[in-house]
Design a protein around this ligand. Structure first.
Ligand code: 9Z3
Length: 310
């Protein structure tokens, strides 16, 4: 397994903004773990789906479904709970504090009062005000660092970078892995450079298995961090069994199991202390499942830190 993982990284195209990303990351972690900020807990929230390019100069790719809503909503709740959040997200997916804005906020929220004055439409005023104020406050207080990815290559290299940078934060750090990560990919060296020709009939592609990074995250990159992974299924009959298997195999602290069609209504937190069903409060229209989910995860993290120090 270790060999597969090293060869995955050795053959990956290097990250473009590696130096700048590492600097921003280290600065963010230093600020939040110093006495100046009171030593905050730091969580890395991953969000959105990874792409698998089919060509090195990519025109076509395979994608994993995820709107990024779970990651964005969870980030807002972690910030509210006092955490600093590294939001590792798929470019173009849902962003924290923007969930109640329309699909095309720029075109739908603004209106011209005359040719030189633009203002927010009355019906969107509250949503825009909250989005801008909350996001600016989180960034100004140094509680939110956003890092984008698109491909499986970028995602896994960034995850390794973050895990390594968080090593000294130990049990006060958390990984909350809500991103939908590809299980299969085309190895970079076996990928054609140019756009695949479409004139020569059906296309056969052989996909290799993406090495399971969760094991190495737990056993090597971030041994002391609290680690929550997600399990997504479309068949509810196998969901809990699969989540339980993942809990044992990867030795994470909990697996959040969700079924695609009901994922906004309920999730099941599977851990060694039993399974807990977490639901959205149906009688409150504003309520989202992440309100209760993050409360539970934060509680579990507190217990983990206490037990670690005793
Ligand atoms: C999830 O299960 C997330 O909860 C969703 C959130 C992607 C369903 P949305 O972004 O949806 O709000 O639209 N994420 C993990 C999915 C995943 O790929 N898990 C792998 C698996 O199930 C393990 S890493 O095998």
């Amino acid at each position: 397994m270790e060999d597969e993982i090293s060869s995955f990284f050795e053959s990956s195209p290097p990250l473009k903004n590696m130096k700048e990303t590492t600097e921003n990351l280290n600065q963010f972690i230093e600020l939040n773990s110093s006495g100046f900020s009171g030593g905050r807990r730091i969580v890395c929230v991953t969000s959105g789906g990874t792409t698998v390019p089919l060509e090195q100069r990519c025109v076509r790719y395979i994608d994993n479904f995820s709107s990024g809503n779970r990651g964005a909503a969870s980030t807002e709740n972690f910030v509210k709970a006092g955490y600093a959040v590294i939001f590792l997200y798929r470019r173009g997916t849902c962003q924290p504090y923007c969930r109640s804005l329309p699909d095309d906020p720029f075109l739908e929220c603004f209106e011209f009062t005359d040719k030189t004055n633009i203002q927010v439409h009355k019906s969107h005023l509250e949503a825009v005000k909250m989005a801008v104020m909350d996001q600016q406050a989180a960034v100004a207080e140094g509680r939110l660092l956003k890092l984008p990815f698109s491909t499986i290559y970028e995602y896994l290299q960034m995850l390794r970078l973050i895990a390594t940078a968080l090593k000294d934060v130990g049990p006060c750090s958390m990984f909350y892995l809500a991103a939908a990560v590809s299980d299969f990919y085309v190895p970079w060296e076996s990928m054609t450079e140019h756009k695949i020709e479409s004139g020569s009939g059906p296309l056969d592609i052989r996909l290799a298995q993406v090495p399971k990074m969760l094991s190495i995250l737990r056993s090597n990159w971030a041994q002391k961090a609290f680690c929550i992974s997600f399990k997504l299924e479309t068949d509810s009959k196998i969901l809990i069994e699969k989540a339980t298997k993942a809990l044992r195999k990867y030795k994470v602290h909990a697996v959040v199991a969700n079924e695609l069609s009901t994922r906004k209504e309920e999730v099941v937190v599977v851990s060694s202390s039993g399974n807990v069903v977490v639901r959205r409060e149906c009688d409150k229209p504003e309520s989202i499942v992440e309100d209760n989910l993050i409360r539970l995860i934060v509680d579990r993290h507190s217990t983990y830190i206490k037990e670690y120090h005793s």
